[in-house]
Ligand binder design. Structure first.
Ligand SMILES: [Zn+2]
Length: 289
């Protein structure tokens, strides 16, 4: 079996996945609680759950899957010091790494019956703002594997500090991070999970403003890359009463090229084990003869 690991900005999920993509011994832990000694966490799991032939990990940032180097993880910088080759030796298992959203994308592409589409864009609104650029039936990695870092493009004139070290990144205004800030500052009398239910709240507009910005960013990418099939996923769109129709309508309102219409949106499901399954899908592809 393949051990899939999905390291998110907030939670890390791990499980063993069989060739039919059933998940066994699924576990979820706070990422902050394991980053200090990630190898001990993996070792404990592998020792307790046998029959693992390969480990595949998804990271919430920039990694080079060929040299197996972790390059930039803005929300969990501790992970940048992880030595994957040393970890392979330590655990005596092959390890593959990739960006977490690429694993989610593989699952969504299959679930959404999008395998025949040559061009797809994925937008994942979770702790950060994840993006996938899939062109001509391939994920576009870019020259230095840092393509599709959409969350770290900048709004002009914004001075808001981003955890990545830069200022004014999209994530400072469009992300779960930002929502947490808005909740703590203006909505602290209601549970975070019910933020989008508070339509009568005097600050509800802050939420629709965020979605308006998200829609604008989505439409811009669709224009630049001339792609009409998109996937929207991540934790935020699965919050109670998330205004899906508002976001859809806003995206449509920002589409300037009539030829891109009708746009096709696949709303990704929220299974917590998705990143683990996607990691295993990538691993089984690698094991094909
Ligand atoms: Zn940033």
């Amino acid at each position: 079996m393949i051990c899939g690991v999905d390291i998110g900005g907030t939670y890390t999920r791990i499980g063993r996945v069989d060739a039919a993509f059933n998940v066994h011994d699924f576990k979820r832990v706070k990422t902050a609680s394991i980053v200090d000694d990630f190898s001990a966490f993996l070792q404990a799991y592998i020792q307790t759950h046998a029959h693992v032939s390969r480990i595949v990990m998804g990271f919430p940032g920039v990694v080079n899957p060929h040299t197996k180097t972790v390059l930039k993880i803005a929300n969990q910088p501790h992970l940048e010091s992880l030595d994957i080759q040393a970890l392979e030796t330590f655990l005596n298992l092959p390890i593959d790494i990739n960006k977490d959203t690429y694993h989610l994308f593989m699952v969504d592409q299959k679930a959404g019956h999008l395998k025949t589409q040559p061009n797809i864009l994925g937008f994942y609104l979770g702790t950060g703002l994840g993006h996938v650029i899939y062109l001509n039936h391939q994920i576009h990695y870019g020259d230095t594997y840092a393509a599709a870092e959409l969350g770290h493009q900048a709004f002009r004139h914004s001075q808001a500090q981003c955890p990545c070290g830069l200022k004014g990144c999209f994530e400072t205004k469009v992300s779960g991070h930002y929502l947490t800030h808005v909740h703590a500052t203006y909505f602290n009398n209601i549970p975070f999970a019910e933020l989008f239910k508070a339509t009568e709240h005097p600050h509800y507009e802050m939420l629709t403003d965020m979605l308006d910005a998200f829609a604008f960013i989505i439409a811009s990418q669709m224009h630049i890359l001339n792609v009409s099939h998109i996937i929207i996923g991540g934790g935020v769109p699965h919050m109670t009463d998330f205004p899906t129709s508002y976001l859809t309508q806003k995206i449509h309102s920002y589409i300037r090229h009539e030829a891109l219409k009708p746009i096709s949106i696949y709303w990704a499901d929220a299974r917590p084990e998705k990143g683990v399954i996607g990691a295993a899908m990538a691993g089984y592809q690698k094991e094909l003869p």
